[in-house]
Write a protein that binds this ligand. Structure first.
Ligand code: ZN
Length: 336
């Protein structure tokens, strides 16, 4: 590579360059603050709207799924759901959800998934094992007489009306072992790997990966660490921006998607992508995000439509600003 020696810039040029850099930094901070403020306001509005959820078509669909098993999803069977809720409240030794890395951030993301109704709803033991506090769950579900005033099946039927609580019950009380890790690197069966945005690794066949590997086997770094059925990892310094809604996507929503996707792969045995009439796990996760978005009043959750761009570096942010200011002229932001 040839390096050209540059003439030192004049004082005026240097000052202009520094001013430009400062302006860019200020612009970046201002946009980030604006987007964050907008997201916070959206969450607040959604919490107000959450009180008026009756009559929501998606909830009727969810209820019908429970009544008839219309789409054959065994996870919505009332007995299974009761089992999940019971396991979420009183965790069993060989299954559930564990947090690692930045556990405080991971817990905050789970609270977002729970709808931020009760700050004490999510509990952790010393090993990072997640459970759901029964008293707080009753409060979140509006059960005024406390959790003991209803039987497990009645509680489960209420949980089924809240997509966030439903997913938490399925994951923390279901029959598999999930590891949610927040960090710039994450543990896999093959050692620590870099987390460029988000990772979702399990031991099941994946039509995107297995056919490309020798003997059709995933690499060790493509599998969760020993003792877990799935690893979901997220890099806390990365952001996601939805091009359709032009909004920053909450990191917790990315985790909701990944948990729903892994749950569909493990429990429903689905492949990642849809094939023919079979929905893929990715599509199931999108459908569940859509239900969550409607249940939350359509404000705190970004509609899962179109592409998201990953904002991992200074350049990614600059490219996004260029595109926001001049969508036709600027280079298209990197899509994934
Ligand atoms: Zn997906």
């Amino acid at each position: 590579m040839i390096f050209k020696k540059l003439h030192p810039p004049s004082k005026w040029k240097l000052a202009r360059h520094l001013a430009l850099q400062t302006a860019m930094a200020l612009l970046q901070s201002a946009l980030a603050l604006l987007l964050a403020a907008f997201a916070s306001a959206s969450i607040a509005r959604a919490q107000v709207a959450a009180g008026a959820r009756s009559g929501d078509n998606t909830q009727i669909r969810r209820l019908c799924m429970m009544c008839s098993g219309a789409d054959g999803a065994p996870v919505d069977d009332p007995a299974t759901l009761s089992f999940n809720v019971s396991g979420a409240i009183e965790p069993r030794a060989d299954r559930g959800l564990w947090l690692s890395g930045d556990r405080a951030t991971a817990t905050a993301h789970l609270r977002w998934i729970a709808g931020k109704k009760s700050p004490g709803l999510i509990e952790l033991d010393g090993n990072g094992r997640v459970s759901v506090n029964a008293r707080e769950l009753a409060a979140a579900l509006g059960i005024h007489g406390g959790i003991d005033s209803m039987n497990l099946q009645q509680i489960a039927s209420l949980v089924a009306f809240d997509e966030g609580l439903l997913l938490l019950a399925q994951v923390t009380g279901g029959p598999y072992r999930y590891l949610l890790h927040v960090g710039e690197t994450a543990p896999t069966l093959g050692g620590e790997v870099k987390v460029t945005s988000a990772l979702n690794l399990d031991n099941r066949y994946d039509n995107r990966i297995n056919p490309r590997r020798r003997g059709g086997q995933k690499l060790k770094v493509e599998r969760p660490p020993e003792g877990f059925d799935v690893l979901i990892a997220i890099n806390p310094s990365v952001g996601w921006f939805n091009l359709h809604d032009r909004q920053v996507m909450p990191a917790a929503q990315v985790i909701f998607h990944e948990l729903a996707e892994s749950q569909a792969r493990l429990v429903l045995g689905l492949d990642y992508l849809s094939s023919g009439d079979d929905r893929g796990a990715h599509q199931v996760a999108i459908d569940r995000e859509t239900i969550l978005e409607r249940q939350r009043g359509g404000r705190s959750v970004v509609k899962p439509i179109g592409s998201n761009i990953v904002l991992a570096s200074h350049n990614d942010w600059l490219r996004l600003f260029d595109w926001l200011l001049n969508p036709k002229g600027a280079e298209s932001p990197l899509e994934y």
